[in-house]
Design a protein around this ligand. Sequence first.
Ligand SMILES: C[S@@+](CC[C@H](N)C(=O)[O-])C[C@H]1O[C@@H](n2cnc3c(N)ncnc32)[C@H](O)[C@@H]1O
Length: 200
Amino acid sequence: MSNNPSDRFPDWNNLYKQDVKKMPWYNERLDADLENQLNLRNITKGRFLDLGTGPGTQAIQLAKIGFEVTGTDLSENAILKARELDNSIKFIADDILHSKLKSTFDYILDRGCFHVLPPDKRSRYTKKIHEILDDSGLFFLKCFSIKEKNLTYGPYRFSEDEIRYIFSKYFVIESITDVVYQGTLDPLPKALFSVMRKKI
Ligand SMILES: C[S@@+](CC[C@H](N)C(=O)[O-])C[C@H]1O[C@@H](n2cnc3c(N)ncnc32)[C@H](O)[C@@H]1O
């Protein structure tokens, strides 16, 4: 598997000219691990950022259950399509590595964006997430796990220790759980779901 991000990943903007329902990460329902955390913690309202929203499914489900949602993605085509599905959500084209986001959010979901970023950009990413997360907010991260061995392509994979190493400068890690990445692949890829608080 190439370590060069431009060989490893598609051109995100072009990709979203295609049918989003065929994409490996397409999951019409709310991510089961996020739903579980929201229920456990009795979280029902607040400002939610769906970072790297892609097809917009997670943003749409979060808005349906009462959150004030912003969805951002690098791909303008993804944003245009997501807006067509729900124009009550603030869908914005934004690269998290050069982000123009200024406001803060009570909750941030990253389901699949962090694990496609170039490794040398991870510290820039963590700094920005820290900046836009409210002091009492929560950050939910789903990424591929090092235990995923079936796929020979795609996102970077992480161990629990790597997640701790990358995020502990700016975040207190509340939990990291072995899960799967719900989408259209069979079997579903092995993933990690992390819940973090901001260090203040
Ligand atoms: C694996 S997809 C996941 C999409 C969506 N979160 C979901 O669960 O369906 C990763 C997404 O991250 C977006 N992305 C990649 N690099 C990004 C960046 N630097 N800033 C914002 N979005 C980015 C891609 O365009 C793509 O839509």
